[in-house]
Design a protein around this ligand. Structure first.
Ligand SMILES: [Zn+2]
Ligand SMILES: [Zn+2]
Length: 342
């Protein structure tokens, strides 16, 4: 099969690779569309701490069920349009026992530690696979995985109806969090973001925006929330100033959700965590229920217009190297998709 293989960091090309062979409880998906994620770019650049090479990257895929073996096969038909959660867990550690296998002690991820979806075929676990209606635009379905991240983030925040939301970092995940929070009944939603095109899209989605580089950022941020601090803050930027903003502008007894992977340990004013009784919640990828919810939201067409607006460009498979370069260097790019097969 045709596959994009990263042999080692910065060394990537399309080549012929063996089609994966299935074990019991596994399925083979003929990939239609796949999204490029920040993780894929980190892996390509050699910045992912645990990626295993040679590797076919990619975990944001949608495609047609081509083969299925053993347990769970009775729930699907060949030709079904499907997506699959990329989490591969041991099933035996305490986190797995609690059903939180996204934080499995032996976690492996398709596209990072096992071959992923930048190929004609990708192998997945049947129990992590979901059918979607054939009638939906598959480009939107390629956003189910990042949407699942946002669903998990909002669910873990415990956001309640009419509560205010601060999102620090208006990239694809930050904006998807806004969309999910809005759908969940949030009150004011404010996005703090440096890049103008991201602020514009956030405003188009109905969120207020502020630029953290503005001189009077503090005044504007509070004004955007009616003079109040925020009930829930999402740190989706991964820079030290972002966590500081969350600590400073979350109201007493509020919640901070840490989503971004940071480059190092960042300082936090623990005195403020104490004095304000802040809850800090780390959130990693998504659990399977969040993935199921995201699949359902896309299948129901809940966010069609917003998902369309988030798709910046679709590249053919043969131009995948250009797609990676575009996703990495173009600051106005949101989600970049690659069409793998017809
Ligand atoms: Zn991703
Ligand atoms: Zn485990």
């Amino acid at each position: 099969m045709k596959a994009l293989v990263i042999r080692q960091p910065k060394d990537m090309s399309i080549c012929d690779a063996p089609k994966p062979e299935l074990r019991d409880g596994e399925a083979l998906i003929k990939v239609k569309y796949i999204g490029i994620c920040g993780t894929d770019i980190h892996v390509y650049n050699g910045h992912h701490p645990t990626a295993v090479f040679p590797l076919i990257p990619g975990h944001e895929f949608v495609g047609e069920l081509a083969e299925i073996k053993g347990e769970g096969a009775e729930s699907f038909e060949i030709g079904d349009m499907v997506v699959a959660q990329e989490v591969l867990a041991c099933g035996r550690c305490d986190a797995c026992a609690k059903g939180e296998d996204n934080v499995c002690e032996h976690l492996k991820i398709i596209g990072v530690h096992a071959d992923g979806g930048f190929a004609e075929y990708v192998r997945v676990k049947t129990k992590k696979m979901y059918r979607i209606p054939k009638s939906i635009d598959l480009k939107r379905a390629a956003l189910i995985e990042p949407l699942a991240v946002a669903v998990h983030d909002v669910r873990m925040s415990d956001l309640k109806v009419s509560e205010s939301v601060l999102i620090v970092g208006g990239g694809p995940i930050g904006l998807l969090i806004g969309c999910v929070a809005q759908a969940a009944g949030a009150g004011r939603i404010v996005v703090s973001e440096v890049v103008e095109s991201r602020r514009k899209l956030a405003e188009q989605f109905g969120f207020a925006t502020v630029n953290p580089l503005d001189e009077d950022f503090d005044t504007k941020l509070l004004a955007a929330n009616g003079g109040k601090h925020f009930d829930v803050s999402f740190e989706a930027a991964g820079v030290p100033s972002a966590i500081t903003t969350c600590v400073d502008y979350t109201k007493n007894t509020g919640t901070i959700v840490q989503i971004a992977m940071t480059k190092g340990p960042y300082p936090v004013d623990t005195g403020k965590l104490f004095a304000k009784e802040l809850r800090v919640q780390g959130v990693r990828i998504h659990n399977q229920y969040a993935f199921a919810c995201a699949t359902n939201m896309v299948a129901m067409g809940m966010l069609d217009d917003k998902l369309d607006a988030l798709i910046s460009k679709v590249f053919p498979f043969d131009e995948v190297a250009d797609a990676f370069a575009y996703a990495e260097t173009c600051k106005d790019a949101f989600k970049v998709l690659v069409k793998i097969t017809d």
